[in-house]
Structure formats: structure tokens, C-alpha cells
Design a protein around this ligand. Structure first.
Ligand code: AMP
Ligand code: GLY
Length: 425
């Protein structure tokens, strides 16, 4: 089969790596891809915000299947456009992708479908914000409605700070109908839960934990994610069953009932809020994403025993209930190497050294923001590399990641030293 993957980050490198292991994949293309993906797939330039341009690349390459990696093409309606011309495609339609692309939509959806989430109010004017804020106690979470690449969430420690943040977001929206969400702050442990959905059924894939802050001990600014790990311990059977029943399946049922069936990856951002009694924590949904996570995917694919293509086929064809997703019981981790200036002003063009040496068994160096410049591979974005490893246990997986990371260097390289540390304590 000839497969076209849309995207060009560490997640898409991991998806291409996983697809390459499928005996059914004969031909792999990626648009736009990156310098690392180029070793696995033919890379083609594309504008991921432009549906016509993505249709052009598809028409020129005639793939049997198109796999959409990032959220921006999903929100732009690439799945609907490809389906309309008879192309087989993995991912949710524009209407189903609203679970991620509009927080106003997803919060209201959760409320009407009985899915536990933080109490919230929507506001479109400062008068509404000023009227609503006294109904909250600090800290208050202020969120932009639409996709914001991780920059649309402010945790305000006072109501005055929340008012200022709301003002900034409403101004940024720039249109009279821009909307923000004011939300109750939830305290607890975060978990990324991934379910495969086929329009009718949700099945569990895996859980992972992301590390959003730039610096060790969760200090510094928020980023797209500085590392992740995935183990079975993160997802005890009882928690998995609860997340599947009360969050993922309820979402799939609701979307189907509302005429917008959900096919693809449902990435549930969960806060495990300590229970009020001696019971296990209450899982509450922070947000939905309608695609694989980055960098969670770079860890999860290293544990996946099931053929990635079988997983994709089940989601498109409505056969997820018959699929037995198998994971290796071991642990996987990934550590991000980010460029100088990330996340505010990532520097491009620094030469990356040490990529030629083959990494130790179990380790894969996924590339994210990289490009080829003559004979060199150089930094070309904020998150540059995702060094992933799988091993029989988390300490060994982390040792492999860090040993490989320390053999790679570029000017201004930033990384966290404490990925997975919370799980080890
Ligand atoms: P979101 O894009 O909604 O997942 O928010 C990004 C990050 O902001 C989450 O991963 C959390 O760390 C944090 N966050 C979002 N909503 C809340 C909330 N209600 N309470 C506490 N933290 C939150
Ligand atoms: N790791 C968070 C995300 O992919 O949105």
C-alpha cells in the first residue's frame, strides 16, 4: 500500500517509523516531513493550513490512504475534502474535530453528555467576564476558544489577573464574536489517555504522561511538551475501564447521536483529582484532542505491538471492537531536545552533531524541527529531536534516552533532566 502522511514533526516521524514496520506498507510519503522522516519516506512540500494544497499533493501522488497527523489540517476540514473525492483517510471530520478545535463546543458537549469536566462559563465581552468572575474563586483558568498551539491557556492566580488575561485573549481574537472560557482550576496529576474510535466504539490504546513546562521540577514557561513516558502502571485496569466507559465511549456515543460520528484518535487530557473519600481519584477531562499527542506518540509507538495500519483500518472501517491492541508490557520514554530560545523565539540553523552514530538497541532518535542544509542537519523549529527508548522498565528506558541525548549536541540545546522522575519516586 502507498500511504501519505500529512505533517512534519516528531509525532509524524514516529507514525512513519511505525508504519514502515507494517509488511503491508510498500510506499511511504510524507508532506511536508522533515530531515529525519526523509530517511523513511519521500518528503513533499505542502502548506498544512491549505486544503487545496493538501488535495494537490494527494492528487499528484494517488495514495491508497492518507493519515493526518496534526490538528490544523483536521480543523480545516481536510478529512471531509478527501472523503468527498473518494480518498481513504484516517482522522475525524471537521465537525468531529470540533472536540479539539473549539473549547466552547467541547465543554458544552461534555456537559450535555455527562462527562466530568471543570465548571465553566463562556464569555464574549468584558462585561460578561466581569459579571462571571465573582462566581469563581482563584486560581481561575482562562482559555481561548480555538486552536492556540498550547498558548491559549492561562492559569491566573487572582481574579484581577484572570480579568487581564481575558482582556488579552478577547483582543487577540480580534473579532466581535471571539469567545473565551473561564474555568474552575483543578488540582491533581495529569494523564494523557488515548482511545481509538471507529464512529461506534472506543477502545483503549495507552496512557502517557507529558511534561509541559520547559525546566526541571515543572518550572519555567509552558511548552508543547518536553518529554513523555508510557507504562502499564500509569493505567491500572480499573482506571482504564473507567476512562473508557465514562469518557471515551460516552464521547463516541454522544458524537454519533448528534450526527457527527467520531473516527480517529481521541486523546483525552485528564486530571486525576484526589477523591473526596478514600476512593481512587476522580478523572476529569481537561481537554480533548482529536489526534495523536506530541511527544506522547514518540513513546507509545515504541510499545505498540499491533500493526499501526491495522489500527488505522479498524478506525476507518468500524471494526475497532474486533481489534486487540497489544502493547509490550515494558516502559517507553522520550526526551525532547529543544532549540535555543524555545518556546518564545526558537533559533533556527544550528548544526546538529552526533546523529550519525547508530543509537543503542531499543532507542530511536525521532526528528521534529530539523532540516537538511547541505551535508548538515540543522535546527528548524522549537522542538528539534525526540529521543525515544523502550526497555523492560522505566529507569532503563530513561537511561537509554539520556545516554543517546548526551551523544548529540547543537548550540543552545535545551532539555529536561527529570522526565519520568515523578513515576520513579
Ligand atoms: P488544555 O489545552 O485545556 O489541555 O490546557 C493546557 C494545560 O493547562 C493542561 O495540560 C493543564 O496543565 C492546564 N489546565 C487546563 N485546564 C485546567 C484546569 N481546569 N485546571 C488546572 N489546569 C488546567
Ligand atoms: N502533548 C500534548 C499535545 O499533543 O497536545
Amino acid at each position: 500500500m502507498r500511504i501519505l502522511v500529512i505533517g512534519g514533526g516528531g509525532r509524524e516521524h514516529a507514525l512513519c517509523w511505525s508504519l514502515r514496520r507494517s509488511p503491508r506498507v510498500t510506499d511511504l510519503l510524507c508532506a511536508p516531513g522533515n530531515a529525519g522522516i526523509a530517511s523513511l519516506a519521500s518528503c513533499l512540500p505542502v502548506d498544512q493550513t491549505s486544503v487545496p494544497d493538501m488535495l494537490r499533493v494527494t492528487a499528484e501522488t494517488s495514495p491508497d490512504l492518507v493519515v493526518i497527523g496534526p490538528e490544523v489540517p483536521l480543523a480545516a476540514g481536510i478529512v471531509d475534502a478527501l472523503q468527498a473525492q473518494g480518498t481513504r483517510v484516517f482522522g475525524p471530520t471537521e465537525a468531529a474535530a470540533q472536540l479539539e478545535s473549539s473549547k466552547a463546543f467541547s465543554k458544552a458537549f461534555m456537559q450535555r453528555n455527562g462527562i466530568a469536566t471543570a465548571r465553566y462559563e463562556l464569555c464574549s465581552t468584558m462585561a460578561q467576564v466581569q459579571a462571571a468572575l465573582p462566581r469563581f474563586t482563584a486560581p481561575v483558568v482562562v482559555k481561548a476558544d480555538g486552536l492556540a498551539a498550547g498558548k491559549g491557556v492561562i492559569i491566573a492566580s487572582t481574579l484581577a489577573e484572570a480579568e487581564a488575561a481575558a482582556h488579552d485573549l478577547l483582543q487577540l481574537g480580534g473579532t466581535p464574536d471571539s469567545t473565551i472560557v473561564l474555568e474552575e482550576f483543578l488540582d491533581g496529576e495529569e494523564l494523557s489517555f488515548f482511545a481509538l474510535c471507529d464512529g461506534t466504539t472506543a477502545v483503549s490504546i495507552a496512557a502517557a504522561q507529558d511534561h509541559k513546562r520547559l525546566l526541571d521540577n515543572d518550572q519555567g514557561p509552558n511548552t508543547g511538551g518536553m518529554g513523555a513516558y508510557s507504562t502499564d502502571d500509569l493505567l491500572p485496569d480499573a482506571l482504564r475501564d473507567q476512562l473508557l466507559r465514562d469518557v471515551a465511549q460516552r464521547t463516541v456515543d454522544g458524537m454519533r447521536a448528534e450526527g457527527t460520528p467520531f473516527h480517529g484518535i481521541l486523546f483525552c487530557g485528564i486530571m486525576l483529582v484526589p477523591g473526596r473519600g478514600p476512593m481512587a481519584p476522580d478523572p476529569m477531562v481537561l481537554e480533548f484532542n482529536t489526534r495523536w499527542g506530541d511527544p506522547e506518540t514518540e513513546a507509545i509507538v515504541l510499545r505498540l505491538k499491533t500493526d499501526m495500519l491495522d489500527l488505522i483500518d479498524a478506525s476507518i472501517d468500524g471494526t475497532a471492537a474486533q481489534l486487540h491492541i497489544k502493547l509490550r508490557p515494558d516502559a517507553a520514554a522520550c526526551v525532547i531536545a529543544a532549540s535555543a530560545g524555545y518556546p518564545n523565539a526558537p533559533r533556527k540553523g544550528d548544526i546538529i552533531r552526533g546523529l550519525d552514530a547508530p543509537p543503542p538497541p531499543g532507542t530511536v532518535v525521532f526528528q521534529a524541527g530539523t532540516s537538511q542544509a547541505g551535508n548538515d542537519i540543522v535546527t528548524a523549529g522549537g522542538r528539534v529531536l525526540a529521543i525515544g527508548a523502550a526497555a523492560p522498565n522505566l529507569p532503563e528506558a530513561l537511561d537509554l534516552c539520556y545516554a543517546t541525548l548526551r551523544s548529540i549536541r547543537f548550540d543552545g540545546m535545551q532539555y529536561r533532566n527529570d522526565i519520568g522522575a515523578r513515576a520513579l519516586r
